[in-house]
Write a new protein. Structure first.
Length: 373
């Protein structure tokens, strides 16, 4: 091989550069390397971060709506208490009333059939009222805990305590446990049969939010939970008659299927993106037709319950159930399922609709207790 001074000089220069680079690299300590890797991962996270699905205006409006909706009672609570009151939905008692109303049907029907003392009936109506408040609060807390990721994707729910970060998941679970413990204390004041039936209902209460993920019929589970009080009302009075209890439960079940599907229509546009399933999405434009069918079954079952109980022709039951039915069919006819505000209005109206039957049953019970019927 011929002697080439240029090639030798080039090789020597390259070797010196390589040596210098190796020395500099070895001077980098492990913490420095960690910081470089950390910097790279943070940068990657920033690049991969998805933009918010809501505009700043939508978020501001959601916050304003939440504050406005707190009402005079909840807004006066200490600031740290307010998120927990919201977990219980104290600012929106509609759910508590809708849970309580079927309880009154069961209690008053059983009291009328068995001629229960007035003080016993009044006591049970009071106990079930407190229990409805606590168990509805417990159910809402569990719902918010399990739905916290979904709630952050629906504009109506982004301001809920857990989704907005005002309550941590751990705090929510502790709070749910406190409500459940208090609720169990209340149910222990009732006959043992009520405790057993109440314990059975805890399974669907705790799992209801999960059904939104894999079935379009979570409303069926909710309807089961919300109307379990019909069955509890009978043993609370000390009277069992499944020929009355079963059709009365079915009647209230189909009522809830109707009004809760109307409620679900509020969020149907956001639910698609959030992966939330509901009967509103399953039934779509056929919802009103299905509502009519459900309501026919609802009032047929109610008539069977009244007949088996022996008060089908009683003035209170006859008038109360008739007004109740007329109001439901008028709601189906008038509600605009594409207008969230209209859906909420008619959902709220169901409190009054349900109480028509309560007042009718109460009237029949009182005139019987007074010996006038």
């Amino acid at each position: 091989m011929l002697f080439n001074p240029v090639r030798i000089a080039y090789r020597a220069h390259s070797a010196s550069i390589t040596s210098l680079l190796i020395k500099n690299v070895t001077r980098i300590s492990k913490p420095q390397l960690h910081s470089l890797v950390r910097y790279k991962s943070v940068k990657a996270e920033l690049i991969e971060e998805q933009p918010s699905i809501f505009t700043e205006q939508e978020r501001k409006l959601a916050a304003q709506t939440r504050l406005k909706g707190l009402g005079p009672l909840v807004s006066k609570l200490p600031e740290k208490w307010i998120p927990y009151a919201e977990l219980m939905r104290l600012e929106k008692p509609v759910g508590t009333w809708l849970l309580y109303i079927p309880c009154t049907w069961g209690i008053l029907a059983a009291a009328t059939i068995s001629s229960a003392p007035v003080l016993t009936t009044a006591y049970m109506l009071s106990i079930f009222g407190v229990g409805s408040l606590l168990m509805r609060g417990f159910g809402c807390t569990i719902n918010d805990f399990l739905d916290r990721d979904m709630d952050s994707k629906v504009v109506r729910t982004i301001e809920r305590p857990i989704a907005s970060g005002r309550v941590t998941p751990k705090q929510a679970i502790v709070f749910a446990g406190a409500q459940l413990t208090t609720g169990l204390g209340i149910i222990l004041l009732l006959p043992w049969d009520c405790f057993i039936l109440g314990a059975i209902s805890l399974i669907p209460v705790c799992t209801y939010p999960l059904f939104k993920r894999f079935t379009y019929y979570p409303q069926a589970v909710l309807s089961f939970c919300f109307n379990w009080g019909v069955l509890l009302g009978f043993p609370a009075i000390g009277f069992f008659d499944w020929s009355v209890m079963t059709p009365l439960f079915l009647s209230s079940f189909f009522w809830t299927m109707t009004y809760d599907t109307i409620y679900a229509h509020q969020d149907k546009k956001f639910d698609v993106n959030a992966g939330v399933k509901s009967t509103a999405l399953a039934w779509g434009d056929h919802s009103k037709t299905i509502f009519k069918g459900l309501s026919v079954v609802q009032f047929s079952a109610l008539a069977v319950a009244g007949f088996n109980a022996g008060f089908l022709a009683s003035p209170g039951f006859l008038i109360g159930s008739s007004i109740f039915g007329w109001k439901i069919f008028q709601m189906i006819k008038k509600v605009n399922l594409d207008d969230p505000k209209d859906c909420w209005k008619y959902f709220m109206n169901n409190i009054g609709y349900g109480f028509y039957l309560t007042y009718g049953l109460l009237f029949d019970y009182l005139i019987q207790a007074l010996g006038l019927w």
